[in-house]
Design a protein around this ligand. Structure first.
Ligand SMILES: *Cc1c(COP(=O)(O)O)cnc(C)c1O
Length: 457
């Protein structure tokens, strides 16, 4: 059969409130034309993020009821620990309230001034936690990964040659660990090949460095390996994950992604001494080692989610549904980052509306139009998010002007996605009408969350 159906039935529903175009005009004006400031109930389709927005399964909800809330040694912890050990083979498993808490603990121990931590691309919370520790976060992505129009299988790969050069130039004593992020969230959700993980491992071995995986989307990455990398077509997703983690010494994880829950995370590793230090920080900042920053019920839901994410039918539907939206847009000529990654579509706003200069934030303008046209919430990932000012107060724009439409897991059906495609295509067909925007308010840091805008006359 050619039609790929959602591999689930719907047991509980959450109504969507519809708004009219004229209502949305007022809502946008009240929100200062910043989608982050719109109330969720005024959104028709919310593609702001795939983080913590998954629909849990009936079994996960049953686990929520069944969670063991004992302070120490909870049954739910042991189920969670067993599942993480099965997938990753890591010896020590430390639960945290979300991914950045795992990062904070790890880098407060291994990071400090004068240290450098390379990655294919650091996610923003990873970079922030490394920099907060005083250390430097270094991105060593392969060249294809930086070019939205290039179609390649593993655009998330680390540039192994650059890694070797970087280690030589920096000095191995200044590098506490190497990281690799699967899939590469900040680089469009592009996958990393098993060969690349192995090659990075070989470099780490050569210099005696530990390798940590930022594993937020490990199962989506494993699915891409199965489909695209030679020798993996007949392997189970679980065995691909196990092989990938076998090359690593540790990992950080946001359970809000591939563990299919609304909150949670963890840290896992093989080094006993490091694990002991992490647990000591954990006790001060998160909680006792068998619950971290979570309730027993959360651990139960994560354990169940980790089991469900390995289901190939689910992953097939997941990756295909993102690609399905991408295909519809490509067919209509809409410019986007290619090939489509694991969790989101990234519109290329510079090509989408070439008449809007980067100083007038074309990505923001597209995001505003998507909401105005159809109540779809997307996220600008361009100069609003990453732009900086030089000493003369001139904008130094971001490398790319993208608009991300992240697809929550198991939440929307094909007709929702058809609707999103229709909204984007209509906005694209009327793109000459889009106007640039200027900032009327911005905070000194992470300005995209609270900024307010007005249209340029
Ligand atoms: C989401 C994410 C994190 C941070 O996790 P939170 O649970 O949001 O704190 C770290 N790395 C990557 C790649 C992510 O996608």
């Amino acid at each position: 059969m050619k039609t790929i159906i959602e591999p689930f039935r719907i047991k509980a529903v959450e109504p969507i409130k519809f708004t009219t175009a004229s209502e949305r005009e007022h809502i946008l004006a009240d929100a200062g034309y910043n989608p982050f400031l719109i109330k969720a109930e005024d959104i028709i389709i919310d593609l702001l993020t795939d983080s913590g927005t998954s629909a849990m399964s009936a079994k996960q909800w049953a686990g929520i009821m069944d969670g063991d809330e004992s302070y120490a040694g909870s049954r739910s912890f042991y189920r969670f620990e067993e599942m993480v050990k099965l997938i990753t083979g890591m010896k020590y498993v430390i639960p945290t309230h979300q991914g950045r808490a795992a990062e904070k603990i790890l880098f407060s121990i291994v990071g400090q001034e004068g240290k450098f931590i390379p990655n294919n691309t650091h996610f923003d919370t990873t970079r922030a936690n490394i920099e907060f520790s005083g250390a430097n976060a270094v991105d060593l992505l392969n060249e294809d990964g930086k070019r939205p129009e290039v179609i390649a299988d593993f655009k998330g790969n680390m540039d192994v040659e650059k890694l070797r050069e970087f280690i030589e130039a920096t000095g191995v004593e200044h590098i506490p660990m190497v990281m690799i992020t699967v899939t590469n969230n900040s680089g469009g959700g592009q996958p990393v090949s098993m060969q690349n993980v192995k090659d990075v491992r070989a470099v780490c071995d050569q210099y005696g460095l530990p390798l940590f995986i930022d594993a937020c989307r490990f199962a989506e990455n494993a699915y891409f390996i199965k489909k695209r990398e030679q020798g993996y077509a007949d392997r189970s997703i679980l065995s691909i994950c196990q092989e990938m983690f076998s090359y690593a010494d540790g990992m950080t994880m946001s359970a809000k992604k591939d563990a299919l829950v609304n909150i949670g995370g963890f840290l896992a590793m093989n080094n006993e001494n490091l694990a002991m230090q992490c647990r000591n920080v954990l006790i001060v900042t998160e909680g006792f080692p068998t619950y971290g920053g979570l309730a027993g019920r959360d651990l139960e839901a994560i354990a169940q989610g980790l089991e469900e994410i390995l289901d190939e039918d689910y992953l097939h539907y997941r990756i295909r549904s993102v690609e399905y939206l991408g295909d519809k847009l490509i067919e209509a000529g809409v410019p986007l980052m290619r090939p489509t990654g694991g969790h989101a579509i990234y519109l290329d706003a510079k090509t989408f509306c070439p008449h809007i200069p980067v100083e007038q934030y074309p990505g923001q303008s597209v995001a505003i139009a998507l909401y105005q046209k159809g109540g779809v919430r997307a996220c600008e990932i361009g100069s609003v998010m990453f732009g900086k000012y030089d000493e003369n107060g001139q904008l130094v724009p971001a490398a790319m002007e993208l608009v991300r439409l992240a697809i929550p897991r198991r939440v929307y059906t094909q007709s929702h996605i058809d609707y999103v495609a229709e909204v984007i295509i209509e906005v694209f067909q009327e793109r000459e009408k889009l106007r640039g925007v200027k900032l009327t308010y911005e905070a000194p840091m992470l300005r995209h969350f609270t900024a307010r805008f007005a249209f340029v006359e």
